[in-house]
Design a protein around this ligand. Structure first.
Ligand code: MD3
Ligand code: FE
Length: 215
């Protein structure tokens, strides 16, 4: 039997992407079932949905939010808001399994008091992607971002401070956690199109959890 569902034998290891970005390889693999339960709990209250960009395109990744602030986009623009536009209710609270993981990963990367107030769940099905962009809707760029990859693998694109800078390709797989701080915080980034690869816990789906301090 050789599936990474059962491959928790290998200890996590750390890789640098340079410039304040640290990959904690497999860091979240052992807790993945708890994280997937937490995702299901959140998306039961705030359904995954494909939002529209200000330019009128429908995003290929489906999203849902938890915590005080949720990231949304529509024809009006990109922003954080405290209510879900689908229900007009507050976003579901961030489950402890998620906030604890985010805090532990940030601490491992040297950020000792990371308290995320925004949790974004991105769901990719085969064919979904995310083009190069910057995360700049937050108020304090000295705060890091923690991202967690679950399920099917993808190729992450890590660009520079200008959109025209050629991105480096970084494969991300189940349980990998990346902490983005310092001068990497405003670098362009995205992911290539998800291929159809089955994962024992998620099928062909990939989830990315992104934890931020929005305000
Ligand atoms: C690098 N998500 O939600 S996570 C996003 O895989 C987003 O779903 C991608 O980009 C995904 O905004 C990539 C990794 C990530 C998140 C934030 C970053 C990389 C980052 C902020 C600055 C630099
Ligand atoms: Fe981003």
């Amino acid at each position: 039997m050789t599936s990474d569902l059962f491959d928790e034998s290998e200890a996590p290891w750390v890789e640098s992407l340079g410039d304040g970005a640290v990959v904690l390889r497999r860091f979240a693999r052992a807790m993945a079932p708890d994280l997937l339960n937490a995702i299901n709990q959140v998306t039961g209250q705030a359904p995954l949905r494909q939002m529209k960009t200000p330019g009128g395109h429908t995003m290929s990744a489906a999203m849902a939010c938890c915590g005080t602030w949720g990231w949304v986009t529509d024809r009006q623009g990109y922003r954080y808001q405290q209510t879900d536009p689908l229900t007009d209710k507050p976003w579901p609270p961030m489950p402890d399994a998620l906030s604890n993981l985010a805090r532990q990963a940030a601490a491992q990367a040297g950020y000792l008091n990371f308290q995320p107030d925004a949790g974004l769940i991105n769901q990719y099905l085969p064919g979904a992607k995310m083009g190069l962009h910057q995360d700049k809707d937050e108020t304090d760029f000295t705060q890091p971002i923690v991202s967690v990859s679950l399920g099917a693998p993808i190729v992450f694109q890590f660009g520079g401070n200008r959109r025209s800078d050629r991105p480096q390709k970084v494969p991300l797989e189940h349980g990998d956690v990346v902490v983005w701080g310092g001068t990497s915080r405003l670098r362009y980034h995205g992911v290539l199109t998800l291929k159809s690869v089955e994962h024992p816990l998620t099928g062909a789906c990939r989830y990315n959890l992104t934890f931020r301090r929005a305000m």
